[in-house]
Structures are given as C-alpha cells and as structure tokens.
Design a protein around this ligand. Structure first.
Ligand SMILES: [Ca+2]
Ligand SMILES: [Ca+2]
Ligand SMILES: [Ca+2]
Ligand SMILES: [Ca+2]
Length: 132
C-alpha cells in the first residue's frame, strides 16, 4: 500500500511539473542562451553576452584565435599568442570579461583547443572566410 502511495505521489509530481522551455515559451538555444539573438550573435556556440570583438572582424573574441585572419588557426596565430602571453592585449583574451583582461592560461587552453580549426561560427559573417 505504501508503494502505491509512493507511485501516486511520483505521478502527481511529474504531472504538475511544467515543461522546460526558452523565454516566452520559445525554443531554447541548442548552444548557449546568452541573451543575444542567434541571428546576430558573433559567437554562436559560446556564452558571450558582451559580444566583445577586439579586431572587429565580426568574429567574437570567445570564438576567434585567428589573429591574422587567414580563416584558420595555425602556427602564425600560435606564435602571436605566445608573444602576447601575460600582456593586456585584449585580442588574445578569450574569457569574459574581456576589457582589462590579462592573457593567461585559460586563453592558452582556448588557443590550443582551436589549433588547426576555423574560427567561429559567427552569425554575422556566414559565407566569409574570416569567421565562417
Ligand atoms: Ca554567443
Ligand atoms: Ca574577432
Ligand atoms: Ca590564422
Ligand atoms: Ca580574427
């Protein structure tokens, strides 16, 4: 009898739980809902509410380890990063908040994780090589 009561309680609880959804019932972002509509998000797959883009190539800092804008993160970018390590050059910062940042190990981890890859994706530059 106790078991029946337990099962009934479970049923009532799960019935009464509203389905989870995005704001105003819209579909939640498959990536990160940072409050920036995905159609204008300069770094779709990461939470970058501030949309910081130091080199102004429409590819947000949190997506952009392609410092020479060749469309690929390679050795020239790696060399530039090493040269900037420990500096306050915001272009090499990939962790918010960007303004006033110091280039450090989290940024290094981002660079390594993106080595050999294309920057982005960004909604504002689709079809271009800068940040496909
Ligand atoms: Ca984003
Ligand atoms: Ca950029
Ligand atoms: Ca590059
Ligand atoms: Ca870039």
């Amino acid at each position: 009898m106790k078991r029946m009561a337990f099962l009934a309680a479970i049923a009532i609880l799960s019935w009464g739980t509203p389905a989870l959804g995005g704001p105003q019932g819209g579909p939640p972002s498959p990536y990160c809902d940072d409050g920036v509509p995905e159609v204008i998000d300069n770094c779709i797959e990461r939470c970058n509410t501030n949309q910081d883009d130091t080199d102004r190539d429409d590819c947000g800092n949190l997506c952009d380890a392609d410092y020479d804008n060749t469309g690929r993160v390679g050795f020239p970018d790696f060399g530039a990063f090493v040269g900037a390590f420990g500096s306050t050059n915001e272009e090499f910062c990939h962790t918010e908040p960007i303004p006033g940042c110091t280039v450090g190990f989290p940024d290094f981890g981002f660079m390594v994780a993106n080595f050999g890859l294309v920057p982005g994706p960004s909604s504002t530059t689709i079809g271009t090589t800068a940040c496909p």
